[in-house]
Each structure stands twice: as C-alpha cells, then as structure tokens.
Design a binder for this molecule. Structure first.
Ligand SMILES: [Zn+2]
Length: 827
C-alpha cells in the first residue's frame, strides 16, 4: 500500500503525514525585522486526528500505527520532564546545519536514530535525508511530520489549553483531574470541541483560538529538522490519538529562506513579501503542505512605524500602536484553505484612493452578460465543504457585484495606479460576478509588488499581487491580468486542485475566464468580444506551438500522474514531480492547453449552457478540492445532449490531459483563427511593412514613399501579432524599425507589445533600440528572462555586454529561479 517515494533533485516532497494528524487552524505571532531580515515568533497549530484514525472500533489504532500492538500502554505524561532548550544555543546550531536536534542534547542520539528509521517507514521517504546511515533502535513513538525548510526552530512545546479561563464549557463531560494522562486527554478533548464548533459560532471560536494560543506551555516536545521537514514526537506517545493537538513552535526565518523575498520597493524602501515560490510557505512557518490540510488561520504581525502589513485575511486590519515605533496588525480567515495559499507582504506602501466620488457611482454599475442572467441563487441543500461561514449562503453576499477593495503601491507608482488600476477593479469584479455569481471572498487588497516579482500577478485569499509591468500602456494588459487573478478566487482558491500536478485546474480556468471577464468588463457587444477572443486564441496558439517545440515532452502533460492523480502514500506524503524545476516556472503549457480545452468545451456545448453549468459547478464545489474528473463527469452528466458531441471523459483525458504535444482537436480548430477580422487586418498591415522595408532597403532616395503608406490603428493584441509576424522576416533595416517605432509609439505601449519590440531590436541589432531593451530588462523583470537568451544567441559583442550589464544590475534582486535560468544563459 505504501508507495515508495524517491524525490530527485527537481522534485518537491510534501512530507506532512496528514493521514495521521490534520491541521485545522494556526495562529501566527510574528515580528518582522528589516535590519536582520528575519521574521521571528511562534506558530500555534491546532490538530484533529487524520483520516486514517477516524475509522470505527479497533481498526483505528491499526490504521494509524500498523506495527504496534502495544499502543494502549501509554506512558505517564511527563510534565516538563525535558530540560528547557536554550534558544540561543539552538539557533546557532540550526543556523548552520539543516539537521539539528534540540530538546534532549547529547543523550538524544539514540532517540534521534530511532526516530529516523521510524520516520522513514512512516512517510516512505528516505533519500532526501541528509543523515542516512542510522540504525533502527526500535523507538515506536508516533512522529508528527511537518513541512518545513530554511527555518531555525528554537522550541516545540505542548500548549496547556486547559489553563484558559472559561474553557471548561468545552469539557462538560470530563473534569479536570490530577492524573496526567487524563489531563492530556482533556486538552485534546478541548481542542476537538474547539475545532469542531459550528460555523455560526466562528467569533467565539476565534476568541478561544486566540486565548489558547497565548496559554502557557506544558512540556517541551522532542524535535528534529531535516532538509524538508520538522519532526515532532512526545516520549511514550505512540498513536496520533494521544498526541498533543495544540502545539507551539518557536522559530525564526533565515534571510535566504525561499518563501519570502527581502528587497526594496520601486521607491527604494525596504519590504518583504511571499513570492509564491514552489516551496510555498514552508520557509515562513512549519505547516502541512498537502492541500488536503485545509485550515483557517489568524496572525498578529508587528513591524516598525511606517510599514504596512498586508495579508490573506478577511478583515482589513487597522494597525494598533504597541509602543513607540512598533505597530501590530491582526488578520484572520474563517474559510479553511490550504496553507500554501497564505500570503503576506510588509512594506512602506501607500494606499491609493479615489479622488472623487464620481467614480464610486460607476462601481455600482451592474454588468449583465448577453448570454445569461446573473444567477443569485443560494446553494440548494447546503454546501459541500467543511463547516465554515459561507458567502454562498448569504443573500447579501450573493447579490454583491463589487466587493470592498483597496489598492496599495509604492509611492512613485501612486499616480499611475490611480489612473489605471482604480478604475479597472470595480469593472473587473462586476464582470466576474456577472459570469460566475457570488464572490467567494468578502474583500480584496491589490498590491503593486516590487519589480523583482517573477510573474505578472499572483492571487491569494483576499489579496492580489500585480507586477508594475501591467501598469503602463493603457488598460488592456492591466485589465486582462486583473481579470485573470480575480478568476483565481473561484478556480485556484475557493476550488483548489487536490493534486498539485493538476495545475491546469487553476491556470486553465483562470486563463479562459480572463477573456470572458474582460469582454464583459469592457461591455463589448457579442461580435466584438468574439473577434477579440479569436485574436487572443491565435496568439496563445502560436505560443503553445513554440513551447511544445522547445520543451521537454514530459513537462507538456497536464495530468502527469494520469490515473494515479490524487494518490498519496499511506501517511499522506507525496512527491510533486519536477516541482522544483526552474524552467517549469516559466512554462505556460498548463495555462494554454487548459484554456483551449475549456474553450473547446464551451464552443461545443454552447457558451450559455457552459456558463450556466459552470455556476452550478461553483455552487457545488466551492470550498473543496477537486480532480479533473470531478469537473468533467459533472459537465458531461449535466448536459445530456452531449452524447451527440462525441465527448467522453476518457477521450478528453486522452486528447487533452494525458498526452504531450498539441491536442489533436486543437489542430483543426486553430486553422480558422487566422481568418478572423482582427488577424486579417494585421496580415494586411504586415504586408505594408514588408513593402516599406523593401523600399527602404533600396536606398534613401525614395524616402517619401514611406509617408504615403497609411497604417491602420491597431489594438494591443494586434500589435503583438504584427510584431511577432515581423519577427519572422529575415531582415528589417534600421529605417523600417525606426518608422515602426514611431508609427505605433512602441515605447509607450504595454509590456507585451514592448517585449516583442525588444525582440525585434535584438534580432536586427538595432542599436538605437538598445536603451529600450535595457529599460525592459530592469523594469519588466517578470517578462525579460528569455530576452537575455536572445541577447546571447546572436554572438554579438555589444549585445552580450548589454546582457551582462543588465544581469549584474538586477541579479541581486532577482528571485532564485529567474537568476538561475538567466545565469545558465549567460555563462
Ligand atoms: Zn458554502
């Protein structure tokens, strides 16, 4: 039954044994120190026993701990038996070693060894350990395994939740006795009662979580850290049922830890933020990474005056002054979500506000879609997710097209945000609501992140990060990206992938919905929306074709684990294959193929029918984790007429999800996209430019010839296609390029257009454009990675010098994946 897991260097292990113990809530209490670039504090974790322990009768213990029959013989609880760990000694140790043992000092070696073999057995993972040649000393203590890396763990202790005043009401059946074993049971019972409180008592629950998180410790627990995990055990406790369910971990992050980036914002002020690395948050706090560990959270974060703390929280926190120069920020969520979705950003950002009330009126515009009426129905027969307060059951929430939102940006981008972003957010939110109904989250912060952020945007609960690259050049890029991130509130956050290898569930849906939302936000008539979407499809098709030609086949499969998708080992641990591969981060195949699959389904079934279905799907699955088949089976079942469309789940797997390369059905569909009106217009313009170039090549005498050509005004996506088409030309002379730049004011266009312009400049060694390339590599770091490669490939000394110069300037700030990919290109 136990799958042997063997991570290679590019694989990402998820070590937490969620089948044994399942995290329900965590409380963070952190200090952010910019001088040392360290976040220090504690996390209190509240657990329930996992799925393998919730079976009835005697099978319970067997399932949790198959090797032990003596599990009922529990040793007496040794209250504060373990010497208190010296925090500073501990930190110096963990600061330099990945494998540190705390709690029992020297004497612990044999225990550690015992632990080690036990752990290897429990999780099935052994090869990623630094320390492997340890013999089994037969310890059969239960091990709680948490995902954790780059953290310095100082202390782990059990929390005495029974000491909280007023907590007795959760323990009516039991009473406090002096026996330590009963006391342990009592504490676990309190936590059980607390984590299972009904949704309508969420405020009381939050209050007691806070109280419990501040309760004193009642005994340190033994722990070991290794590359990917933190393992905790309590001497003599052999089954999860008896393991403490409230645990406090004191720890600090490391400046080089891979979950957060310490940098400066565009105005030169220090800031730190979670950058959405493949490691997620495990270098920010110890956690259970497998998405099945859906939990709620709350956090208190302290930072110096002048800093703003933004976070995934459903309240928009107001800072409280604690002492001279220190403010505290408090956030919480009541909707259980995977720990990977948690996001924090701390910096000297400014809240960008509307100047007049005039725009407020606009925000109340309700967008109605041509193909359907907005659906405000409440969920029939209740929700399918874990107990929590739910917006889908709240009439006020379901009919709210625009949720409250704020915009934060560095000082120097304040005006640009006010001009572009503030207008767009309500339009895009309203469009999303018209398409899908209820916003899953009650509020939204949008933050313009520092220039080293490695993508154009990232969505987390209650907060969206946007790259500064989306701001210049009109509303198109900013609007489409915002729509994409807003779509993630439904697909990616409220509905998540049960298996991370099915990234398409989040990205394919968001990409498909991005076009639909954006058309609605612009209030385009039907035929115009279709024209724009066809042009976009053509651009994506070209991108997919390129990527399929230039990437490893294995990375092109959307459901790489095929019929084993969603499976984990008995303990709940698993391996994300290629999860750490640097190139993978820059691949878009999941976005593109996923989008084309959904587009194709919507076309076959009919857009109106498809979106009616999608709303039903959201009603049913919000707050839950899904696999591809959950969506596909429900879709095909829901539409009986489909039998005529020749669709089956198996054929969709076969054609779209389980194979590399271009999906066959797409080959045919893509032929028509070139014929679209907007694409045809571009083709005509390209012909004119080729003509102009031909004349320019013949000499300067016929200079006037250029002026006679009347060029059409083009949309941003058309400009992208135009420049891409011109990139296919062998030679364009400097005069043509100069004219091209002037005609379309390319320097003032959005980053997608400027990116293509830079490629043209590089390809044709157009020296007058080098400053634009340099500017792009500095300001648009999320998009410039491959431009470095193009600068190197021409083997032109000037261009290579430019590449090295830009990389030298940006390298320090770049995130690790980007820096690694670029370094490989340059050296
Ligand atoms: Zn619900």
């Amino acid at each position: 039954m136990e799958t042997q897991l063997d991570p290679s260097k590019d694989d990402l292990p998820l070590m937490a044994n969620t089948s044994h113990m399942l995290m329900k809530h965590y409380v963070l209490d952190l200090d952010v120190d910019f001088k040392s670039q360290i976040i220090e504090g504690s996390i209190v974790l509240f657990f329930e026993t996992g799925s393998s322990c919730r079976k009835v009768g005697s099978s319970v213990e067997r399932a949790c701990h198959p090797r032990s029959d003596e599990t009922f013989k529990i040793q007496a609880f040794e209250l504060c038996h373990i010497p208190v760990t010296n925090a500073s000694a501990c930190s110096s140790k963990t600061g330099y070693n990945d494998f540190a043992v705390c709690g029992k000092g020297e004497k612990d070696t044999s225990d550690k060894n015992g632990n080690h073999s036990n752990r290897a057995q429990a999780s099935g993972i052994s090869s990623s350990k630094k320390c492997c040649d340890i013999e089994n000393h037969g310890s059969e203590d239960f091990l709680l395994v948490l995902d954790c890396c780059d953290l310095c763990v100082l202390k782990v202790e059990e929390v005495d939740v029974a000491a909280v005043p007023g907590i007795e009401k959760f323990t009516r059946s039991a009473k406090l006795t002096e026996g330590s074993e009963e006391l342990g049971n009592l504490r676990n019972q309190i936590v059980h009662e607390l984590v299972t409180l009904p949704a309508d008592r969420w405020e009381e629950q939050l209050y007691y979580y806070t109280c419990c998180s501040q309760a004193p410790g009642c005994g340190e627990l033994l722990f070991t850290t290794s590359t990917w995990s933190l393992e905790i055990r309590k001497a003599g406790i052999r089954i999860p049922r008896d393991f403490p369910r409230a645990i406090r971990i004191c720890y600090k992050t490391k400046p080089e830890g891979r979950s957060v980036t310490w940098t400066t914002d565009q105005s030169g002020r220090p800031c730190v933020y979670t950058m959405g690395s493949p490691l997620n948050n495990r270098a920010l706090f110890p956690c259970q990474e497998p998405p099945v560990a859906m939990s709620t959270w709350q956090a208190t974060v302290r930072a110096a005056t002048g800093f703003v703390v933004l976070m995934s929280g459903e309240n928009s926190a107001e800072p409280i002054q604690l002492q001279e120069g220190i403010f505290s920020w408090n956030y919480y969520v009541t909707m259980p979500m995977p720990a990977s979705t948690f996001t924090i950003a701390v910096g000297c950002w400014i809240e960008v506000k509307r100047e007049s009330l005039a725009t407020e009126v606009m925000t109340n515009d309700v967008i109605s879609l041509p193909f359907s009426k907005a659906d405000f129905r409440l969920v029939e027969g209740g929700c399918g997710h874990l107990e929590s307060p739910c917006r889908f059951q709240n009439p006020g929430a379901t009919s709210q097209p625009v949720i409250p939102h704020r915009v934060f940006a560095p000082w120097c981008l304040k005006d640009l945000c006010a001009e572009i972003l503030l207008e767009l957010i309500p339009q895009c939110l309203s469009a999303a609501h018209a398409t899908l109904g209820t916003h899953p989250f009650s509020r939204l912060d949008v933050l313009i992140v520092p220039s080293n952020f490695s993508s154009l945007g990232m969505a987390s609960p209650h907060i969206i990060f946007l790259s500064q690259s989306v701001l210049p050049g009109g509303s198109h890029l900013c609007g489409t990206r915002l729509c994409h991130e807003i779509a993630h509130a439904w697909f990616g956050l409220a509905i998540g992938a049960r298996d991370w290898t099915e990234e398409w569930i989040s990205e394919g849906f968001a990409t498909h919905l991005e076009d639909v939302f954006w058309a609605a936000a612009q209030q385009l008539p039907c035929h115009e929306a279709r024209e724009q979407q066809e042009l976009k499809a053509l651009l994506r098709w070209r991108r997919l074709r390129d990527e399929v030609q230039n990437s490893e086949e294995e990375l092109q499969v959307l459901r790489p684990k095929k019929e084993n998708t969603g499976e984990t080992s008995e303990s709940g641990a698993s391996i994300i294959k290629h999860g750490l591969k640097a190139e993978k981060i820059f691949m878009q195949v999941h976005y593109l193929k996923g989008n084309f699959l959904l587009r194709s389904l919507a076309r076959r079934i009919g857009e109106a029918t498809y979106f009616t279905f999608l709303r039903k799907f959201v009603q049913k699955f919000h707050g839950q984790l899904i696999l591809s088949q959950d969506f596909l089976y429900m879709l095909l079942e829901d539409i009986p007429e489909q039998k005529g469309y020749g669709l089956s789940v198996e054929s969709i797997f076969q054609n779209w999800l389980d194979t590399s390369g271009i999906p066959k059905p797409l080959l045919e569909e893509s032929r028509t996209w070139k014929e679209g009106r907007l694409a045809q217009q571009v083709t005509a313009e390209v012909a004119k430019w080729i003509q102009v170039n031909r004349r320019a090549k013949k000499g300067s005498k016929r200079k006037r010839g250029q002026d006679e050509v009347a060029f059409q005004k083009l949309l941003p996506d058309q400009l992208v296609l135009l420049l891409e088409s011109l990139l296919e030309e062998k030679t364009l002379c400097p005069r043509t390029l100069q004219c091209l730049e002037k005609t379309y004011r390319l320097q003032e266009q959005d980053a997608e257009v400027r990116h293509r312009w830079c490629e043209l400049v590089v390809k044709h060694k157009y020296a007058a454009g080098y400053s634009a390339v340099e500017k792009f590599l500095w300001e648009d770091q999320a998009m410039g990675v491959y431009l470095y490669g193009e600068l190197m490939v021409n083997e032109d000394a000037k261009q290579q010098e430019l590449a090295h110069k830009c990389f030298a300037a940006a390298r320090e700030q770049m995130d690790m994946s980007s820096a690694k990919v670029v370094a490989e290109m340059l050296f």
